[in-house]
Ligand binder design. Structure first.
Ligand SMILES: Nc1ncnc2c1ncn2[C@@H]1O[C@H](COP(=O)(O)OP(=O)(O)OP(=O)(O)O)[C@@H](O)[C@H]1O
Length: 401
């Protein structure tokens, strides 16, 4: 898939912008703060309905404006669709396909798929577990848009349940308000276990599918590494029953079922009841899980695997972050649709050898959008269309268009 036209209205620094794009590589070159990232961020927003830079929509609206509009013509298997999102902070965002309004903006998900590489990716490795959970969930939703609903349901259940836990925890022991809150809590325990187990089962399956791609990608980007070095493991916030663990261990292709996970979550929630009431928050569920990243020491090394966070060098951490993105790209591609690759300001972070390696890996993608402060940062393998971004203007400079 590729974007053939991008049009912005009051998005970030752009009062308006219209850019005709092509498949293949396109580089946006310009000094710092000229609006290069703003352009690719708009395309990524259409893909995930969130930005890779900010958690809320407000910073995406041009200062002084009330709403922003991002519109893109997307070509997939030779057919073009025009997708549009209108960002209305504090109110509902509205989406359209070929000018027809969609009942919910969420229905745009899955129509454009992007994989973004950016300097912020280091937080995938060095940041909090929530950064890695978001990475998994974003990938889940890109592959299966329906899961956006499951994720939203789970967040809602969590908020309601936390409010109840606070009420029950603060109420006088044995009082009618505590009794009432505890009775209602049982209902929310069941919701938490059901939606939590669905999300959990999807994440566990995703990590299994992603694992071989991560090993392969790390071997490619990290000098002297083997494909067994980088490993990812999903670590739930609770122990599964021994019988399930043993069965899963005996059958390599078997993961815990959703029913098993629901039951295990319910049991754990009951076991941690006192703790949860004391602290007024839900302590069990996919919002407390971790995606463990570990590194070994080359082929045949039976030594201990070390967690990346806290142990890996800066270079190893960067390579792992790149490997996670490349693995996402490979996995999405294996689904049969080439996602749009966005390399936002990453080359300045890499030495010459790694630049060339990354460029070779991505050069064959259907569409690659690159941003860089200077043209010299873009490796030769990524020759293609060039735009200069300066003073709010986006101008093609390679003599075409
Ligand atoms: N909501 C907004 N309204 C107006 N201007 C904004 C808004 N959000 C960001 N900007 C401006 O956009 C500019 C940043 O644009 P962008 O992040 O695309 O830069 P860039 O060209 O990628 O720079 P760098 O090379 O430093 O990454 C900044 O000058 C910032 O003040």
């Amino acid at each position: 898939m590729y974007v053939s036209h991008l049009s912005l209205h009051d998005f970030r620094s752009y009062a308006s912008a219209d850019v005709a794009l092509e498949p293949g590589v396109t580089a946006f070159i310009g000094r710092n703060g000229q609006g290069k990232t703003n352009l690719v961020e708009a395309i990524d927003y259409l893909s995930r309905l969130t930005s890779h830079r900010v958690a809320t929509d407000a910073p995406l609206i041009r200062a002084g404006a009330e709403q922003a509009v991002v519109r893109a013509a997307v070509v997939r298997d030779g057919r073009t669709a025009t997708l549009e999102i209108e960002l209305n902070p504090g109110r509902t965002n509205r989406a359209r396909i070929n000018k027809s309004p969609l009942p919910r903006a969420r229905e745009l998900l899955g129509l454009v798929r992007t994989v973004v590489f950016s300097p912020e990716d280091l937080t995938l490795v060095k940041g909090d577990p929530s950064d890695r959970r978001r990475f998994l969930d974003d990938l889940l939703v890109l592959r299966t848009p329906r899961l956006a609903g499951v994720r939203a349901d789970y967040d809602r259940v969590l908020r309601q349940r936390n409010t109840l836990l606070k009420t029950a925890g603060h109420a006088r022991r044995g009082s009618s308000s505590q009794e009432g809150a505890l009775a209602t809590l049982g209902v929310w325990d069941a919701h938490l276990a059901r939606t939590g187990a669905e999300l959990l089962a999807e994440r566990i399956a995703l990590v299994d599918q992603l694992r071989p791609y991560v090993g392969k990608a790390y071997e490619t980007v990290a000098r002297g590494a083997s494909r067994d070095d980088a490993e990812i493991t999903y670590k739930p916030s609770f122990e599964l029953p021994r019988s399930v663990v043993e069965e899963v261990a005996q059958q390599p292709s078997r993961n815990p079922t959703q029913a098993e996970l629901t039951e295990a979550l319910l049991e754990e929630v009951e076991r941690r009841r006192r703790d949860e009431l004391d602290r007024g928050v839900s302590l069990v569920g996919p919002h407390r899980d971790e995606l463990l990243l570990t590194l070994g020491n080359g082929p045949g090394d039976s030594g201990t695997r070390l967690p990346v966070k806290g142990y890996a060098s800066h270079g190893e951490s960067w390579s792992f972050a790149l490997a996670l993105r490349l693995a996402s790209y490979d996995l999405l591609r294996s689904d049969g649709d080439d996602p749009i690759l966005i390399l936002d300001d990453v080359f300045a972070e890499l030495d010459t050898e790694r630049r060339a390696q990354l460029a070779d890996l991505v050069a064959g993608a259907e569409q690659v959008l690159v941003t860089a402060a200077v043209a010299a940062d873009v490796p030769a393998a990524l020759a293609g269309a060039r735009f200069e971004v300066a003073g709010g203007q986006v101008r093609r400079t390679d003599g075409v268009g």
